[in-house]
Write a protein that binds this ligand. Structure first.
Ligand code: ZN
Length: 144
């Protein structure tokens, strides 16, 4: 990966960490879950509204934590808003593969995707937990 792309990815994380998108609570919402990452002190509450066509009509989060956890939650809500649940589940799988260092068999994400900015955490197990916390909360909310 060249330096220009690295800088660009860094910029995306800093930007979303400083000014998280979709910050707040969905009103109304019919799905919610909490995420905790005690190792780093990250906490979040995710809420979303799944409509009768199984589309994520709105999705928001609140919480506090490091730049990586906030950026990941922010990028996630941007990516999942308006998606059908089946697509969202594919994105979830792709993202967890991406940050665990395997981007070979991704189905829906590609390098032009802003979520690729978090690929770099793959080399740091502590940071992987920060990056995946919001996503695991999303997955948990779907199961409840
Ligand atoms: Zn963290």
């Amino acid at each position: 990966m060249n330096d220009l792309i690295n800088d660009l990815y860094q910029e995306i994380i800093l930007d979303h960490g400083r000014e998280p998108r979709n910050f707040g609570e969905c009103d109304p919402h019919n799905k919610s879950a909490d995420g905790h990452n005690p190792l780093c002190g990250d906490n979040l509450k995710l809420t979303f509204f799944l409509n009768d066509q199984n589309i994520i009509e709105d999705i928001k989060f609140t919480g506090e934590g490091c730049a990586i956890s906030l950026a990941s939650a922010s990028l996630m809500t941007e990516k999942l808003k308006g998606k059908k649940i089946e697509v969202a589940e594919e994105i979830f799988k792709d993202f967890t593969n991406l940050v665990s260092g395997s981007d070979e068999d991704l189905k829906v994400l590609n390098e032009e995707d802003s979520l690729y900015a978090l690929k770099g955490v793959g080399g740091f197990p502590m940071r992987v937990k920060c990056a995946t916390m919001a996503w695991h909360a999303f997955n948990q909310a779907l199961k409840d």
